[in-house]
Ligand binder design. Structure first.
Ligand SMILES: Nc1ncnc2c1ncn2[C@@H]1O[C@H](COP(=O)(O)OP(=O)(O)O)[C@@H](O)[C@H]1O
Ligand SMILES: [Mg+2]
Length: 285
């Protein structure tokens, strides 16, 4: 019911479609800064695309398990999680859970066990490509796989970068936004050179935009000058409904589909979907 209501409010005429890509797009949502909107972006884009007919898998790769919380997927100790896939080679499909209330959406949760993985991975065979192998072996076909990264550049994030073709970087519109991105870009370049030649930064999303400040505008200009058309036209405003939604185990899409937060993520999802059918570059390059 909630899913149907959300679609009716966000897309009343049903005119907007989110075309399914020809091949699975594996998108790594990364930025080693915490609190820039990685998880919020992962959850809301995933829900928006799933509500419009795309088959979507979210892989929660942050031991804090915020994406699992946001999608209301059980992730207490003892629940099979992405740690089991990475360390013990348990197939992803044994761990993935259907997200309640959102057809077409599944989540591989993270429990606190994942906190140990960063160190345990060091001595595992093919430690950088554990997630890539697990995703490649998943028998179900997905249109999108979103990997929600932890706020660090360790082995978990490297696994996400090796598994993905695309990196989506959420950037918070604040003073130090671009600082620290160099390090992420360097890591992406290293992974591309040595482990995953197909990897590219395909998408930049400006988050928590506060239109009352001149600073946000300046940061937006900076980011657009620097990254050009990788930056989505849709910008996510700071919106209290967005931050309230997770405490109800919901995305803002279903929690308050009429809010500015929801409509902006809806627009961002639409742009991503359209780019995916126009320029399949990332997968063929
Ligand atoms: N557009 C927004 N408006 C208001 N609050 C937001 C918005 N985006 C994210 N938040 C809040 O900011 C905090 C950090 O966001 P989160 O997505 O968890 O970042 P990250 O995953 O990068 O650490 C969370 O409490 C989240 O609810
Ligand atoms: Mg997060």
């Amino acid at each position: 019911m909630e899913a149907m209501r959300a679609v009716q409010i966000l897309n009343p005429s049903g005119e907007v479609t989110m075309p399914r890509p020809e091949r699975t797009r594996v998108m790594c949502v990364a930025n080693q800064k915490g609190g820039v909107g990685k998880t919020t972006t992962t959850v809301n884009l995933a829900v928006a695309l799933a509500l419009h007919g795309n088959r979507v898998l979210v892989v929660d790769l942050d031991p804090q398990g915020n994406a699992s919380t946001g999608l209301n997927v059980p992730h207490h100790t003892g629940v099979p999680d992405v740690y089991d896939c990475l360390i013990d080679s348990v197939p992803l499909e044994e761990v993935a859970q259907a997200v309640e209330g959102i057809p077409n959406l599944w989540c591989v949760p993270a429990t606190i066990d994942l906190a140990g993985a960063e160190i345990e991975l060091v001595s595992v065979v093919a430690r950088e490509s554990r997630l890539a192998r697990a995703i490649a072996a998943y028998p179900g076909h997905f249109d999108y796989v979103f990997i929600d990264c932890p706020p660090s550049l360790g082995l978990l994030t490297v696994n996400a970068l090796v598994a993905a073709q695309e990196v989506l970087i959420p950037i918070q519109c604040e003073y130090y936004a671009l600082e620290g991105l160099n390090q992420l870009i360097q890591n992406i370049n290293l992974v591309r050179q040595h482990l995953n030649p197909k990897l590219e930064v395909s998408t930049i999303l400006l988050t928590m935009y506060d239109r009352r400040t001149r600073l946000a505008d300046a940061v937006e200009q900076d980011v657009r000058n620097h990254f050009g058309d990788k930056v989505l036209e849709a910008v996510i405003p700071r919106n209290v409904r967005v931050s309230e939604a997770p405490s109800y185990g919901q995305s803002v899409m279903t929690y308050d589909p009429g809010s500015r937060g929801a409509t902006s993520y809806f627009e961002a999802a639409q742009e991503i979907a359209e780019r995916g059918v126009k320029e399949p570059v990332s997968r063929n390059a």
